[in-house]
Unconditional design. Structure first.
Lengths: 114, 112
């Protein structure tokens, strides 16, 4: 069955970096892009962008340029989200979702606290 | 960006009764290919969102037929008949017509 399994919760200080993984199984990784979304506590979903798992081409939403990087390790069927220079407003749960939002990872809670 | 406005923000339903959730778009979600790009998701407490409905009216795999959706180019309704305990959570509408995909604020469904 199709699964997206994300890495565990993270606790970071402002200014640090975090790298979240999303491992896909149950389908051919390169045949569906990977979306990334942010959900602050008690808030709705915000689309961050997506990565074409076949070409590596990335598309970022306007609010997620500069400090946010999507990458791949195709041999491991894994997509990554890296956030650098963490700020308090980055504290949220981050989801990966398959191209058509039909399968989602379980989410990674990132806590940013000094 | 396309704004999706959901109503109500919360609804309390007696098990076995029906519930309806509205989603209004600031722009037509009808694509040039004739597909209405409106999706519904359920996020159960502490879980990730689950796709319920795609392209306005199509049930996603494994979703019970108690769920149905209809609408026009800008106004949409999700109906849940015979509400069960497992239906508790936050319902989001979303679109994929253009970048960026956006989501409504969510409607919280609780049981009476």
């Amino acid at each position: 069955q199709i699964q997206l399994v994300q890495s565990g919760p993270e606790v970071k200080k402002p200014g640090e970096s975090v790298k979240i993984s999303c491992k896909a199984s149950g389908y051919t990784f390169t045949q569906a892009g990977m979306q990334w979304l942010k959900q602050a506590q008690g808030k709705s979903l915000k689309w961050m962008g997506w990565i074409n798992t076949n070409t590596g081409k990335t598309t970022y939403a306007a609010d997620f340029t500069g400090r946010f990087v999507f990458s791949l390790e195709t041999s491991a069927s894994t997509a990554y989200l890296q956030i650098t220079n963490l700020k308090n407003e980055d504290m949220a749960t981050y989801f990966c979702a398959r191209d058509y939002f039909d399968y989602w990872g379980q989410g990674v809670m990132v806590t940013v606290s000094s | 960006d396309i704004v999706l406005t959901q109503a109500p923000l919360s609804v309390s339903v007696t098990p076995g009764e029906s519930a309806s959730i509205s989603c209004r778009s600031s722009k037509s979600l009808l694509s040039s290919k004739g597909i209405t790009s409106l999706y519904w998701y359920l996020q159960r407490p502490g879980k990730s969102p689950q796709l319920l409905i795609y392209q306005m009216s199509n049930l996603a795999s494994g979703v019970p037929d108690r769920f149905s959706s209809s609408g026009s180019e800008t106004d949409f309704t999700l109906k849940i008949s015979k509400v069960e305990t497992e239906d508790v959570g936050v319902y989001y509408c979303g679109h994929r017509l253009e970048y960026p995909p956006t989501f409504g604020a969510g409607t919280k469904l609780e049981l009476k």
